[in-house]
Design a protein around this ligand. Structure first.
Ligand code: ADP
Length: 379
């Protein structure tokens, strides 16, 4: 690969580090050998020939001995120098292979990161083996998948919002053009219809803003100890007139002496009102809606049960998704954009609770459950 031994590259650094280690080893080996070899040589000779082997008076013998020692030391140094040279050569080759093994996955990771930064969110790094670099690559791929997911959701959100805006805007444009062309009477009824669409847009903008704040974690919860019965009573007080007007019975059943929950009362009331509002919307006159609250482990569990139109099984897993509506035409007429339950889910999860739905099917009514953690006195 071009520039693989470029200045400052990891391979070059690894190679330099290896070479330095080998050079340090060779120098140490050479130095220590030359330092200790003569005395070791003497000791071995004494052990072999006795302590007086070198105490000869013969000048020729003394000179011979000195020469033998010098040749021995020189031979040793040369052998060591040659073996160090060969060792360095072999080490360079091994080091090149080793540094390639380490640097190559990192280089691939770098390329993948650059491609993702350039917007290619499908890019993944190859994962080979199970050592640290492979685990790093696997973790990198998990992060890339999360980024891809976020990007897909962002694109889908823009598409959904554009779609939601288009219908009311088209309706408003239709009325205004009709009035300009004198095909539609500019009377109170027409303006009321235009106002309906404007209100729909306003509600959508408000819902979207609320959703983005909750999902971004920008909603600060004023958490206190809240009595479940007080929350139910507040929701009842708000919605009872609308239930009476439609002819749907609303009942509250809270298990006596329930412990308080740790919650922001305004936010939980928002969830309860949303669920009750839906129950009222999808329950025909003569039906019934029951709110229950009971202890379940470390939580209090609410259930909002209605005898309304029910929900088919295939829709249940998607109900809390953004803009998901079972029957788009029907809910459009009633004003829903399919964001209410998404906000409820985000709010409940912000409290550390869970939310889910059950329904036996169409015409069988539906029950929405959510839990909130119990209040611990010293939390
Ligand atoms: P919307 O504002 O459209 O009601 P929600 O997020 O509150 O949006 O609800 C999403 C969809 O879930 C609704 O469009 C409706 O089809 C379905 N739904 C919600 N509550 C009920 C219920 N109690 N009974 C039947 N269907 C329901």
């Amino acid at each position: 690969m071009k520039g693989w031994l470029a200045r400052g590259s990891l391979r070059r650094r690894l190679l330099c580090a290896h070479l330095l280690t080998i050079a340090a080893g060779a120098i140490t080996l050479l130095g220590t050998t030359l330092l200790f070899a003569p005395s070791l040589h003497d000791r071995l000779m004494i052990a072999w020939l006795g302590p007086h082997w070198s105490m000869t008076a013969d000048a020729g013998m003394v000179e011979m001995e000195r020469a033998t020692n010098a040749i021995f030391t020189l031979a040793m140094a040369q052998a060591l120098a040659i073996s160090s040279g060969v060792a360095i050569l072999v080490a360079v080759m091994v080091s090149l292979a080793a540094s390639r093994q380490i640097a190559q996955p990192l280089e691939r990771l770098l390329v993948a990161a650059q491609r993702i930064a350039a917007g290619h969110y499908r890019e993944r790094a190859p994962v080979q083996g199970d050592y640290e670099l492979a685990r790093l690559a696997a973790q990198f791929n998990t992060m890339a998948a999360a980024l891809e997911n976020a990007e897909q959701r962002r694109v889908a959100l823009i598409g959904d919002v554009a779609h939601e805006l288009r219908t009311p805007l088209a309706t408003i444009a239709g009325y205004v053009e009709g009035m300009l062309d004198a095909v539609v009477e500019p009377d109170e009824g027409t303006w009321a219809l235009v106002l309906d669409e404007v209100n729909r847009l306003r509600r959508l903008a408000g819902d979207l803003q609320e959703l983005s704040r909750v999902e971004a974690g920008q909603v600060a919860l004023n958490t206190t100890a809240v009595a479940p019965s007080a929350l139910c009573a507040a929701a009842l007080a708000r919605l009872e007139p609308q239930f009476t007007e439609k002819g749907v019975m609303l009942r509250i059943h809270v298990v006596p002496d329930l412990p308080p929950v740790s919650a922001d009362p305004d936010r939980v009331l928002q969830v309860l009102i949303n669920l009750l509002g839906n129950a009222l919307r999808y329950t025909p006159a003569g039906g019934e809606v029951v709110v229950q609250a009971m202890k379940a482990g470390d939580t209090v569990q609410w259930a909002v049960r209605d005898t309304g139109i029910g929900i088919a099984a295939e829709h249940l897993p998607h109900l809390f998704e953004r803009f998901y509506r079972v029957d788009k035409a029907r809910t459009r007429a009633t004003g829903g954009a399919g964001i209410g339950l998404t906000i409820c889910k985000a709010l409940v999860e912000l409290h550390g609770g869970q939310i889910w739905v059950e329904s036996a099917g169409l015409g069988q009514g539906a029950t929405f459950f959510f839990t909130l953690p119990l209040f611990h006195r010293y939390e």
